[in-house]
Design a protein around this ligand. Sequence first.
Ligand code: HEM
Length: 536
Amino acid sequence: MSTFIVETLTDALADLDLKPWAVPGALVVGGLGVCYLVFRRSGLPLPPGPTISWLGLGGKNGVKMPQAYAWLVFADWQKKYGDVIYINVFRNPLLVVNSAEAAVDLLEQKSAIYSSRPVRTMQAEVMGFSWLFSGLPYGPWYKKHRTMFHHHFQAKAIPKYHHTLVDSAHTLLRNLSRTPENLLHHLRRTTTAIVLSVCYGHHVAEQGDDYVKLADQAMAGVGLSANFGTFLVDYIPLLKYVPAWFPGAKFKRDGLRWRKLGLEMWNRPFDMVKTRLAEGSAEPCLATTELEDLFRQANPDPDVETLIKDVSATAYAAGSDTTLSILLSFFLAMVIHPEIQERAFAEITAAIPDGDRLPSFEDRDKLPYLDCLVQECLRWNPVGNVALAHSLTEDDVYRGWRVPKGTTVLANIWAMLHEPSRYPSPSSFDPDRFSEAQRVNGLNPLPELAYGFGRRICPGRFLATDTIWIVVVSVIASYRILKPLDEAGKEVTPEVAYTPGLFRHVVPFNLYFADLVYLTVARNHLGTGLCRGQRR
Ligand code: HEM
């Protein structure tokens, strides 16, 4: 074969009547060209950025790598270094992207090389959350996960879950009427119940159950470890071998505790589905559909069961805290802005003039302001202020700078959704900015960036947006959310304050639910009764 190729090439060159030195000459010139390009590329400067002190801990030789409220620190650095910032933390190259323009140029336009994930030693190895496919590097195993996930959570699959979403929102209304002071718990129950039903066909009890508690405990660790810069072991992987008893190895002791919770999250609901399948009592859901499909195959792929388990557990982990955070922001925004509540409520009364039922997805076209309200909740205080880290798989050049292969890319979503040139008065909560009249000349684009970028964009976004929508319309239709009163009987406006981690939440605040007379009939059908919350 090879003799044939050489002979064919020789014949072809003979036909071209080339001089004997032409081929070696072309090779030398080509080789020099490649060397020049490589040299030119490696001679390019790195993007600007601060010097991070040794191990990123701060000190006189450089600045500290931010561990809390990183998005605000990165936005501050932007004033000095621009929207693309390069930093080096103990030989780990990091690129912070602060503008939507640069994020689209890199993470969307060049998604073929910007879609992997960096190795997260703390999360994957110390804590044992390697089953989270959101942390997998880009490759065939990752793609199999993403394809299965997409099949169950793509836009056209979501309407079949609408009845679950409506049921969960109505349970929330009932729970709020009984114990409004437990708002956080009730919201967590709502978001977790939805993913547990979709993935495992499990119906969470009205007041919540063990699986809700488990997600709450386990996600605390995931939130911390997903925040780039929190754990030294992510920069120096060898630290994973430090024994848990070693002084200062708190990360190891915490990691082992979270490992137990993580394994429980991965195993317990999946084992429950398998037991129910064996007993014939399993409900249709992601896990049963995929497992039944697997059992029907003559030569099943032994990896597929792990795949199903990973995909369901990732949805369970990724789907509860994120949506919860946006819902908490919604309640905070409503306490602060009674006028926005009034307007949203007026839209509902116009759409359902008899007030004899609660709104549902069929009413969506008649509720454009409610849609704008949901979009503003996603933009105002995004849940993932810094997107999950992406990783670059090939050397790149951007705006004349060299970006080396292996660079971890941190996209500052918060900064992008607060760019004053795109979102005027970015700190104000203003649903109207998404009305047609205000979305002109590139202003106020829908906050799709809240869900990330390119090939790693959040695949749960359709379920998330519909969940937020149904909760928002159901609550606005049923309650007036009021400011609490101080001892002198004066209204107290809560502060807009958030926790510092990756899945950030509103700092607890007080609010008061007043029953609305309107739609009481519909709510009485649901058994919500009167609100027992005390306005204090
Ligand atoms: C308001 C709610 C949510 C927000 C704001 C949100 C946001 C995000 C963001 C910013 C990312 C990282 C994207 C990137 O790396 O560029 C992400 C990834 C992900 N999200 Fe969400 N998410 C939400 C809800 C959900 C829900 C409900 C689910 C599951 C049902 C989910 C599943 C995932 C998964 C599996 C990934 C990893 C994707 C990958 O690595 O390929 N998310 N999400």
